[in-house]
Design a protein around this ligand. Structure first.
Ligand code: ADP
Length: 803
């Protein structure tokens, strides 16, 4: 059904009109046709019944004619004479007999019947028209006895057996043989004119079988068309066609055409003389049939008359009426179509325009208005639409103005909400952070209101005192701790509230493993109005610290004692060491000093030996002489250096203002040969004047610069001397571009006799830097080197600034 609702109005109208028209046409045509057919059929059946009456009349006419004729003959003198003679049991005169026979034969000829017989009172044949049967008893179905006894004419139809017919041998209709026949009988009494009593009877018999006229007359009576038949019914109940005719046109006839089924006949028998009707097909044509039985004298049905009225006329009538209805229907449909178009233009057109307007309006064209075509409902609808559009437009404009305000308001609100959300989230975050901090600290944190009721505690509190924050809220310390402890807590809290500032307390509290000591920092909590609403406490367990402090105190006193002892021992050792150092230096000095004289002797005699005897001894001796000379030179150097080193510790250090610039100048002058030989470039900052020993400073610069020249690389040496004042000391640096020193040796080289190379490669005693360190340290400074192999080294030393 939805599809119908979804159709456009124009199509809905058309479908509706067409459907209603088709229904009415089909109804009118169908019911009309049905009425015509039903009425026609019942009319036809009635007509068949009426026509059957004509058949019956036709059937009976002959009997009546026979009856009438034979009533006349019964008055015939010859007949009466013959009957009287027979009754008197006299022999009939041949002439009379012949006359009677002639009368009878004339009768059958004239009337075209088969039987004409004169029977005496003794039921014996006096004379008959056909085969000679005089003297035979003739009383078919006791009809003769009946007439004789009642002395009244009798007309009936009877079935006569073939044996009887054969005996009579009447002139039979063509083709009729060896079968029972339906015979229309009249039995007329021949009365004694004097007495009036019956002396005999005249019997006429007309075989119905194969007699066309009976049926032909009926057919002829009704436009020479239709079907007419007579059936005979044997006592067995079997029906046999006696005669029939079907005529469908002027020259189209069929004789002896049986009914296709005999049920109509059986029905007629059941109806006991009343006509019955039925529609039946005979030879492919439909007939309205009527049938009726005829009874014999005994009252048994012996024949059935059938009349069939053709339905051709009805069919033609039907055809004509249907054609007419068809034409009317087509005209009606055309009218519907026209009406549909008219309605479509009148209704759907304005509706569509209205719809378009509504569509345009809904597509935000608020200016659009519907056209008003007429004052009908659609026109009214259009007017209402226009009114509504007007209202909506007004409302829309109002709405737009409101929306503007609202969106501004909304933007403000959103901004506010956003800010609030930010604040909230920041607050939440900070709360979470605070909570996390509180929960993840080993200190105990708690918040109480001014009455000492708990507001919040941290996890450490929960863990230590086995109470959850939900359980503790609203409780006071008295409900949790022993009363004296709780009182102490609460009195501290009150002190905070009174003081209105943070205070620190040492508090004790019992825990699972005994009494613990806490340092509690407590401070008041302020509300927005600046009023204290509670106290917050942060308590740190210092039990362990306390224990440690006690232990530490003990240990400290023990340590002090040990320290004092140690100090004493160190002083003793240091004094011992200084003594032994001094002794050692003294020994070194004495040794080197004392060794110098013999060594000089060895050296001068070796020089003499070389001078006087070189080339006079063999080559081996010359080589030995060189070794001795070289060894003594080295020994001299070693002793000189050793003496220098030991002297440094021996004598008291005498400090005086020393201009390092000048010292450097002198040193460079001393080293000028080596500088030139090495093609070295030396640059120096202006150096300060300090409190120092000038000889030792000269020694220091000499050692460092000569090393820089000695441990040169392939490139000409470049030496730079800088001085930098750092707070209370000068930092002096001597940088070269020589071979450099591996990092692992930068400490070792300052020790005495530590050398990094073979003597053959670089000469030296390994005492130079040890001397430098001693000089610097004696002046209260430090010395060190920073170097990178193959890049160069920078030797730094510090000396206290003057003043
Ligand atoms: P000596 O120079 O007599 O060998 P030093 O005590 O003066 O003894 O130096 C010790 C060692 O330090 C040297 O043998 C040398 O290997 C290293 N050294 C000292 N100065 C330098 C320098 N400027 N560049 C590279 N190596 C140096």
């Amino acid at each position: 059904m939805q599809w119908f609702y979804d159709l456009p109005i124009r199509q809905k109208q058309l479908v509706g009109l067409l459907c209603s028209q088709v229904i009415s046409i089909v109804g009118v045509v169908g019911i009309g046709a049905w009425l015509i057919v039903a009425g026609g059929r019942s009319q036809l059946l009635n007509q068949a019944k009426s026509e059957l009456a004509v058949t019956e009349i036709n059937y009976n006419i002959k009997i009546n004619q026979m009856g009438f004729g034979f009533r006349g003959q019964s008055d015939n003198t010859a007949i009466i004479a013959a009957t009287k003679a027979h009754a008197a049991a006299r022999l009939l005169e041949p002439a009379l007999r012949e006359q009677v026979k002639q009368i009878l034969q004339n009768e059958i000829k004239a009337r075209k019947i088969e039987y004409a017989t004169l029977v005496g009172k003794d039921l014996r044949i006096i004379a008959n028209a056909n085969a000679e049967r005089t003297g035979e008893t003739f009383n078919p179905n006791n009809l003769v006895s009946e007439v004789l006894s009642k002395s009244r004419q009798l007309k009936t139809s009877e079935i006569v057996s073939w044996a009887e017919l054969d005996r009579e041998s009447p002139p039979l209709p063509e083709g009729f043989t060896d079968r029972d026949a339906l015979i229309r009988y009249t039995v007329t009494p021949v009365k004694d004119p004097d007495t009036g009593s019956a002396l005999g009877a005249l019997i006429s018999g007309d075989i119905v079988n194969f007699k066309l006229p009976i049926v032909k007359k009926t057919v002829d009576a009704f436009r020479s068309q239709g079907y007419s038949a007579v059936y005979l019914r044997q006592p067995t109940g079997k029906f046999t066609l006696a005669t029939s005719l079907e005529r469908t046109g002027l020259w189209k006839s069929k004789i002896n055409l049986p009914l296709p089924d005999q049920s109509l006949l059986a029905e007629a028998v059941d109806a006991k003389g009343e006509p019955v009707t039925r529609r039946l097909q005979i030879d492919n044509r439909t007939y309205s049939l009527a049938a009726k039985t005829l009874s014999n004298f005994a009252g048994e049905p012996v024949a059935v008359l059938v009349r069939g009225t053709p339905e051709t006329a009805l069919n033609q009538l039907l055809k004509g009426s249907l054609q007419l209805q068809l034409v009317v229907s087509v005209l009606a449909l055309a009218a519907v179509g026209f009406l549909g178009i008219l309605l479509g233009q009148a209704i759907a057109g304005p509706l569509n325009r209205l719809k378009q307007s509504a569509q345009e309006f809904s597509a935000s064209n608020l200016q659009v208005r519907a056209e008003i075509f007429a004052a009908d409902e659609i026109g009214q609808l259009a007017a209402i639409f226009n009114q509504m559009a007007e209202n909506i437009q007004n409302a829309f404009e109002q709405l737009e103005a409101n929306t503007k305000d609202l969106s501004q308001l909304n933007a403000d609100l959103q901004e506010e909400v956003r800010e609030r959300k930010q604040v909230e989230s920041a607050l939440r975050e900070s709360q979470q952070r605070l909570q996390a901090i509180m929960d993840n600290t080993s200190t105990v944190i708690y918040l109480k209101d001014c009455q000492g009721r708990y507001l919040l505690i941290n996890r450490q509190y929960e863990n230590l005192f086995h109470i959850t924050r939900n359980q503790i809220i609203g409780k006071t310390d008295r409900e949790i701790f022993p009363s004296e402890i709780a009182d102490a807590f609460m009195s501290n809290d009150q002190k905070i509230l009174a003081a209105e500032m943070p205070l620190e307390f040492e508090e004790t509290v019992p825990q699972d493993d005994g009494l613990h000591t806490y340092i509690s920092i407590k401070f008041p909590l302020w509300d927005a109005k600046g009023k204290a609403y509670g106290v917050c406490g942060i308590s740190t367990d210092i039990t362990e610290r306390k224990r440690t402090e006690a232990a530490l105190k003990q240990a400290q006193s023990a340590l002090c004692k040990t320290n004092a002892e140690l100090e004493l021992r160190v002083q003793e050792r240091t004094a011992e060491l200084a003594r032994s150092n001094h002794e050692l230096e003294h020994f070194a000095y004495i040794a080197s000093h004392d060794l110098r004289e013999p060594l000089r002797k060895i050296k001068s005699f070796t020089d003499l030996l070389v001078e006087d005897y070189r080339g006079q001894l063999d080559a081996q001796a010359d080589k030995y002489l060189d070794y001795i000379s070289d060894g003594s030179v080295r020994m001299q150097n070693l002793i000189k250096d050793l003496l220098t080193y030991s002297r440094l510790g021996r004598n008291e250090l005498i400090l005086e203002p020393t201009d390092l610039g000048k010292i450097l100048e002198q040193v460079l002058l001393d080293l000028s040969v080596a500088i030139e030989e090495n093609n070295a470039a030396i640059a120096a900052d202006s150096l300060p004047t300090i409190q120092a020993n000038p000889q030792q400073m000269a020694q220091l610069f000499q050692n460092l610069i000569s090393n820089a020249l000695k441990f040169r690389s392939d490139a000409p040496p470049q030496i730079r001397i800088e001085a930098q004042l750092q707070q209370s000391e000068w930092l002096i640096s001597i940088r070269d571009n020589g071979i450099g020193i591996k990092p692992q040796y930068t400490e070792r080289i300052f020790e005495i006799f530590q050398r990094l190379h073979a003597r053959e490669k670089y000469s030296g005693t390994g005492i130079g830097l040890a001397v430098c360190r001693k000089i610097v340290e004696r002046h209260g400074g430090r010395i060190w080197v920073e170097s990178e192999p193959a890049q160069g080294s920078t030797f730094y030393f510090t000396v206290p600034a003057a003043g």
